[in-house]
Write a protein that binds this ligand. Structure first.
Ligand SMILES: CC(=O)N[C@H](C=O)[C@@H](O)[C@H](O)[C@H](O)COP(=O)(O)O
Ligand SMILES: C=C(OP(=O)(O)O)C(=O)O
Length: 377
């Protein structure tokens, strides 16, 4: 069904992804329970997050102390290690998903993880918002014969244009873009659902979806009626558990409500039109302040990085870093740089191609960020 939506053969159906992410608390058995619960709720797919920690983060980013009620370790690296499933565990989760009949995949959070997911032969690979400006990763993913779902949180419209251009240059049209706001939870007034139609108009050949981080289901239902045909929501067995994402996740009852509303929207023929107007959406869903705020058209024609996304961009946005020790005077080549979450951050990843062929005015050690200070004018 996903391919039918991505290749526009089916425009009146919705593919529902339960983002298990790291809500499994690092426990394989809990992850399996969540897969079963997502299947029972009516989801089409369960999704995880795959990282190779050394490829995704710099050493200092991994070594920084993580002081948070949601921390599973003293440092951010220990915390992430605790939550990361091994390749063997991924195989077990995939086998279990196959057994019960639900699609299984993950986001590829670095190139090594992308290679691993290709090896697993997942039905599609997710590129999360943290990598939407990671153009080398996108280029590599675009060249594979695997459908892609690319989220656009924490990004500007110019970065979304670059993504579409990368896909066009690779002659790849098996992909979808997800409207997303990377704030956990996203306040209704920042959900900016009007961007779904803006993206649909700007990229008429690309299916548009929605990866939501707001509380509850009504705004996501509005996203569907506004035209989103791939939906992703974080999933949890209990919202009160420790972990950064539980609060803005849907529990099994809410996920089931969402899945049922998709069936209902279809049978009422609400999905045969590519997109309903805000007034129609409000009337179908019965109105309410949060819905009106989420559908407000005041700031939807341009896409920019919202203030509520800055904490996430600061924590998980990717920077350009040195991939080996670099010397003052050196002209930067592609092999000299990598894209990672860096502490402190450096020049953001979207400027990758601008940095190539610039001269360094100082030494930069491996895994250190490239900053404005070390670039010649
Ligand atoms: C941008 C991005 O990757 N966001 C992901 C997907 O939505 C999140 O699940 C993060 O992994 C999570 O919020 C991180 O939490 P912590 O920092 O406590 O591990
Ligand atoms: C970060 C992710 O998703 P999104 O940006 O859609 O929240 C992800 O899928 O790993």
């Amino acid at each position: 069904m996903l391919l039918d939506i991505i290749e526009r053969r089916k425009q009146n159906d919705v593919y529902l992804i339960a983002e298990i992410g790291q809500n499994h608390q690092g426990c394989l058995e809990t992850a399996k329970k969540m897969i079963l619960s997502a299947k029972r709720a009516g989801c089409n797919c369960v999704k995880f997050q795959k990282s190779n920690l050394k490829a995704k983060f710099t050493r200092t980013a991994l070594d920084r102390r993580y002081i948070s009620d949601h921390a599973w370790g003293q440092t951010y690296g220990e915390h992430k290690e605790y939550l990361e499933f091994s390749k063997e565990q991924y195989r077990q989760l995939q086998a279990y998903s196959n057994e019960i009949g639900i699609d299984f995949t993950a986001s590829a959070m670095d190139e090594l993880s992308l290679d691993f997911l290709v090896e697993l032969k997942v039905p599609f690979i997710k590129i999360g918002s943290g990598d939407a400006n990671n153009f080398p990763l996108l280029k590599k993913a675009a060249g594979l014969n695997v459908p892609l779902i690319i989220s656009t949180g924490m990004q500007t419209m110019s970065t979304v244009d670059r993504i579409v251009e990368i896909m066009r240059q690779a002659s790849n049209n098996k992909y979808a873009l997800m409207h997303c706001v990377s704030a956990y939870p996203t306040p209704p007034e920042d959900c900016n659902l009007g961007l779904i139609t803006t993206l649909m108009r700007r990229f008429p050949n690309v299916p548009i979806g929605y990866s939501g981080h707001e509380l509850g289901v009504i705004i996501t239902q509005a996203a569907i009626l506004s035209g989103a045909r791939i939906i992703e929501r974080h999933f949890t067995l209990d919202k009160n558990q420790k972990g950064s994402d539980h609060r803005c996740s849907l529990d099994p009852n809410e996920m089931e409500t969402l899945a049922r509303s998709i069936v209902e929207f279809k049978s009422n023929d609400y999905l045969s039109s590519p997109s309903l107007t805000s007034a129609e959406v409000i009337s179908i869903l019965g109105g309410g302040k949060e819905l009106e705020q989420a559908l407000s058209i005041s700031k939807t024609n341009e896409k920019y990085i919202l203030e509520c996304e800055l904490p996430c961009r600061f924590k998980l946005g990717k920077s350009i870093v040195a991939s080996r020790n670099l010397l003052k005077g050196q002209i930067i080549q592609a092999a000299d740089i990598a894209i990672k979450v860096s502490e402190p951050s450096g020049i953001y990843a979207e400027r990758y191609f601008e940095i190539i062929n610039k001269q360094l005015t100082d030494n930069v050690n491996e895994d250190e960020p490239i900053t404005e200070h070390v670039l010649s004018a």
